[in-house]
Design a protein around this ligand. Structure first.
Ligand code: PMP
Length: 351
């Protein structure tokens, strides 16, 4: 993928910083960067701190644009987070939506996903929600992920993971990174990962994220790292430090990291119990329709599957606000309002 990447000499100020790192003097002053390899020597990562998840996606786009001619096509699931199209089309990419969700089954349309990959032009990029798909809450099963990874490899497609909700599915960031590890470590694919700490650390306004790139060769890692540094330098010079220091303090302390893991379990459990409470209410009040999809979905969002007119009635007569497509943020439900929401939906649908 990165044959055309070229080495860009480091910015003079950053080169100075590198000299600082090599300086053994106890009186030296701060800063540094570098690439590293994992215990097995592969894959090689190029990592770059970004302005949260959005900045990571944008950096990924800048890098892909600089490394690949002709410009790769970007395949984006439909529905998706609304910013995906903007980020990539504003960089000049041709974006193509593919059907990800079936309103009929209210579930992932895995056949459409497979068919899209099978017919996609080789060297295209596919945006993948690593877990807790926004907005549908529908993720592939482990078996389906395996088949997807196989197809990515067979069709020479580039997986670009958007990982904005690690920890929201299972309460465990490692389990939620299953697909990322499967693609990179088990399948040996080159891949990009756009990480955001906005949601899972509650650092929304601090803009903490990073873009990680797994490449198959050390040379590609070194070159792309240098390009990422230049691209980042030309856009924001240096990313904001405050939020990143919070994240790094949490991740490097055993006690704080454990407290964060506990918080993720609390958050994901509360979301799951609210899904269940809403489901129970809808079923116990005999609300017309089937509601299993609510408990099948995972992550922060759920697709209720209500018509736009019901959504409007709920807004105007019941003061319940949700997106026009009936996507709800499950986190907005709590013990005090979930009964009311369920009851109101039931009333609307029985009218
Ligand atoms: N990807 C998805 C799927 C999202 O839902 C969001 C936030 N809504 C982001 C990326 C980016 O979030 P941020 O830039 O705030 O980290």
């Amino acid at each position: 993928w990165f044959d055309r990447a070229r080495f860009i000499p480091p910015d003079a100020i950053f080169a100075l910083t590198a000299q600082y790192l090599a300086d053994p003097s106890p009186r030296k002053v701060n800063l540094g960067q570098g690439t590293y390899r994992d215990e097995n020597g592969s894959p090689w990562l190029a990592t770059c701190q970004s302005l949260s998840g959005t900045g990571a996606l944008h950096l990924a786009g800048l890098l892909l644009r600089a490394c690949k001619t002709p410009l790769p096509k970007i395949y984006i699931p439909e529905p998706t987070w609304s910013n995906h199209h903007q980020v990539f089309s504003s960089l000049g990419f041709q974006c193509e939506s593919f059907r990800y969700y079936s309103p009929e089954t209210r579930d992932l349309d895995i056949d459409s996903y497979y068919a899209t990959l099978k017919s996609a032009e080789p060297n295209s990029v596919v945006i993948i929600h690593a877990c807790a798909q926004n907005p549908t809450g529908c993720d592939p099963s482990k078996e389906q992920w395996r088949e997807l990874a196989r197809l990515f490899k067979e069709r020479q497609l580039f997986p670009l993971f958007d990982a904005a909700y690690l920890g929201f599915n299972s309460g465990n960031v490692d389990s939620d990174a299953f697909a990322i590890r499967l693609f990179i470590e088990e399948t040996g694919l080159e891949a990009g990962v756009c990480l955001s700490f906005a949601k899972n650390m509650g650092l929304y306004g601090e803009r903490v994220g990073c873009f990680l790139l797994a490449t198959n060769t050390e040379q590609a890692a070194i070159k792309t790292q240098s390009m990422l540094e230049m691209l980042q330098r030309s856009e924001v010079s240096n990313p904001p430090a405050y939020g990143a220091k919070i994240a790094s303090t949490i991740l490097s302390s055993t006690t704080l990291r454990q407290a964060w893991y506990d918080d993720l379990i609390t958050m994901s459990n509360r979301i799951r119990s609210m899904r269940m409470a809403l489901y129970d209410k809808l079923v116990s009040t005999g609300t017309p329709g089937s509601w299993e999809h609510l408990i099948r979905q995972s992550g922060m969002f759920g697709f209720l599957g209500l018509s736009p007119s019901i959504v409007l009635t709920l807004r105007e007569h019941y003061h319940i606000y949700m997106a026009d497509n009936s996507r709800i943020s499950i986190a907005g439900l709590n013990e005090d309002n979930v009964e009311y929401v369920g009851q109101s939906i039931a009333e609307c649908l029985k009218q």
